[in-house]
Design a protein. Structure first.
Length: 331
């Protein structure tokens, strides 16, 4: 673990279960185990990538950290403050330091509001500046995300997907936050636009010393933008390591399967690679497997995997993994 003064965000044993109700009296009959006891740190100024299959709990993790969902259990410490223990007014003040860039640029912008109203809304909610100061701030933010300030009077339907996402980024920057959750910010964009948005996020990070939690499916994008990477499966983090370590020597069978699916642009290397094909489907988060969550699809699973949940342990310096047999893969 890093020194405390180097850590901006610390998540400890975070749990987020969504209850399932049935019947006329709405009796709880179960729960969706979206996030089931995860722990990690995010250092100041770094980008932590969070990857995994659809439905594994990545977006729920980001929203729970920002307290958009009230956690079932666990702690989220931001700059030393436990967000879960904060009162409503204290949390409202803390939200100025934490923002989110949403996945869908078409659904995350109000079609009835102009760009000026959309970007200026956080400033108005938090009573930051006069009307003229907000207008000037909006124009400056549009310039930061490389959009013409004259676009401020237009509506979202007049923009392309890439331009809408830039507006969403400008809105996230309005209150000058130190931490931003990027919830798959490029997955809904054309490939030609994705690189532009990634480069913009990196430029803004350097300019304002931002800290990112970058949630994505695309492992190539995560490798490009992230300093460290966490791999998530069915509500738990199975591996977390520095980017170079994870991509060169993954220690968890699930991480190995994910990385084997990433195409390599060298045909010679591509023909020599061993592809790991996982059998079966991802189990339901309503009734997850006992012990190791990945055991039902793991090629090296043994009896102990069904009996005991593997400890999330540091196997090498800065390289954490949750697998009973991870030592087999250490190089």
């Amino acid at each position: 673990m890093s020194a405390d003064n180097d850590i901006l965000l610390r998540v400890e044993d975070l749990v987020m279960h969504f209850p399932i109700y049935r019947g006329v009296i709405q009796r709880q009959v179960g729960a969706v185990h979206a996030v089931d006891g995860i722990s990690f740190d995010v250092r100041r100024g770094e980008t932590l990538g969070l990857v995994g299959e659809s439905g594994c709990g990545k977006s729920t993790t980001g929203r729970t950290i920002l307290q958009l969902y009230k956690p079932t259990a666990g702690h989220v410490y931001f700059d030393g403050s436990d967000l879960i223990a904060l009162k409503r007014e204290e949390m409202r003040w803390m939200r100025r330091e934490m923002q989110m860039i949403f996945q869908d640029p078409y659904a995350s912008l109000n079609p009835r509001m102009t760009v000026e109203q959309i970007i200026g809304e956080p400033l108005m909610v938090h009573n930051v500046g006069t009307r003229n100061e907000i207008r000037e701030r909006v124009e400056h933010l549009l310039e930061l995300v490389k959009l013409n300030p004259s676009f401020a009077s237009r509506y979202p339907h007049e923009f392309s997907g890439g331009q809408r996402q830039r507006i969403g980024i400008a809105r996230a920057l309005a209150l000058q936050p130190s931490f931003i959750v990027c919830d798959e910010p490029i997955s809904a964009l054309d490939v030609s636009i994705q690189a532009q948005v990634i480069n913009l996020l990196q430029e803004l990070q350097q300019q304002f010393n931002l800290t990112y939690l970058f949630i994505a499916h695309d492992l190539s994008v995560v490798r490009h933008i992230s300093k460290r990477v966490a791999v998530m499966y069915l509500g738990v983090i199975v591996e977390l390591a520095e980017r170079k370590d994870l991509y060169s020597n993954p220690l968890h069978p699930y991480s190995q399967a994910l990385l084997s699916a990433v195409p390599v642009p060298d045909p010679v290397i591509e023909t020599q690679r061993k592809r790991v094909i996982l059998e079966g489907d991802v189990p339901s988060p309503v009734n997850p497997p006992s012990g190791c969550r990945f055991r039902t699809r793991c090629p090296i699973a043994e009896a102990i995997c069904a009996q005991e949940r593997p400890e999330f342990r540091e196997l090498k310096s800065g390289h954490f993994v949750a697998c009973h047999f991870a030592e087999r893969f250490v190089q």
